[in-house]
Design a binder for this molecule. Structure first.
Ligand SMILES: [Cu+2]
Length: 240
């Protein structure tokens, strides 16, 4: 397992997903990145689909604005397993990290050169939009999907480089695998991971899974919906 990193030259699945999602969300210079790659010949069916549907960049841009990444309710289990954060502090996943907070989980590995850095940067925008929410109510959590290589030090560097001020977790490979399987976020080969985040309320067990590169506005909206649902619940109880 230790020799896996660096052995795969292409990081292909990750990169293809980035091309598709990047275009959908109009990252950076709109569709130009995807267009460039399409011109090289898109073998991926999604890329092909985009090539068929978007003739001018403006139309593609608008389509991108309206197209939400696919979302589905998530059946996740939160296991109270021992993990390490980026400062090397030993924590229990449920007791010390998740609690009964509203949580945003994403899944990263520090040697990723495509999706993970972008996902992290996108999430910092949502995190900034949510600064008003008290830290005991909301927690962003990035879990390493490459715990063999991602030690706390590497996680700290990865987070700092992107000004990500939330919790990054790694741990023993076996433990992390168990945690990731329970979140349905386990990938045998980190290089093949698809972009996916989970947003939910640990107090109510309401979770949703969001595929594709995270749209910061969507993340912020979903978190606020969950906060409102809590407030409504609270008012309801208070009224009786
Ligand atoms: Cu990646």
């Amino acid at each position: 397992m230790l020799d896996r990193r660096g052995a795969t030259p292409g990081h292909k699945t990750c990169l293809q997903a980035l091309i598709v999602s990047g275009s959908m969300l109009c990252l950076g210079q709109g569709a130009s990145f995807a267009d460039h790659h399409q011109a090289d010949g898109g073998h991926d069916s999604h890329v092909q689909h985009q090539a068929d549907s978007g003739h001018d960049s403006h139309a593609q841009h608008q389509a991108g604005m309206e197209m939400a990444p696919s979302v589905q309710p998530a059946d996740v289990k939160l296991l109270n397993l021992p993990v390490l954060d980026q400062t090397g502090t030993a924590l229990n996943f449920v007791d010390d990290v998740v609690g009964d907070k509203i949580v945003v989980f994403d899944f990263i590995f520090t040697s990723c050169t495509t999706i993970c850095p972008v996902t992290t940067t996108l999430l910092t925008r949502s995190r900034a939009d949510l600064q008003d929410v008290a830290p005991d109510r909301l927690q962003f959590v990035s879990l390493s999907i490459d715990s063999n290589n991602d030690d706390p030090e590497r996680l700290a560097r990865f987070a700092a480089q992107r000004s990500a001020d939330w919790v990054f977790l790694t741990g023993e490979k076996r433990t992390m695998d168990e945690l990731l399987v329970a979140l349905d976020a386990y990938t045998t080969n980190p290089e093949d991971h698809a972009p996916m985040i989970i947003i939910g309320d640990a107090a109510t067990g309401t979770f949703s899974r969001h595929f594709g590169m995270p749209n910061p506005d969507m993340v912020t909206r979903r978190v606020r919906e969950l906060l409102q649902a809590r407030a409504a619940q609270h008012d309801h109880h208070a009224g009786h």
